[in-house]
Ligand binder design. Sequence first.
Ligand code: FES
Length: 159
Amino acid sequence: MTIISEKVGNTDKQSPLVTLDAHSIEMGFSPKIVGILCNWCSYAGADLAGSLHKDYPPNIRIIRVMCTGRVDPQFIMRAFAVGADGVLVSGCHPGECHYRTGNYKADRMISLLRVMLSQMSINPDRLLLTWVSASEAVKFSRIVTKFTEDLRKLGSLSK
Ligand code: FES
């Protein structure tokens, strides 16, 4: 794998993003991710990541919903149907949903959908549910980076 370094001060610091890009070029595949984020926690966490320059791969396209409980399974299936290689659904931590139980509902829905995906010969690891609060910018950045790497290993869904 080609490693590209960037100079930071007097030391060579390897940027995970630069490495990821080099890996992407070598692998020839850059996954497309649809991120469905709740307004109150994960969207705010993603926004904070941007404000704090906590870089994450540009593979994700974010859709804001008021609550993960609002996510219809059809949103996810539609994302896969139109070319997404992975879907990330992210909301408030359990017990912190602004609509009380929306994230519990999303948790049950995602579990069922993952079983359905398996039956359709789609790797369920292409669908990820996470909890990210408004202050967890670093966590959001790490999740997107890891999910991108995992999808890169799985390859394109459309091939
Ligand atoms: S408001 Fe964030 S998951 Fe319900």
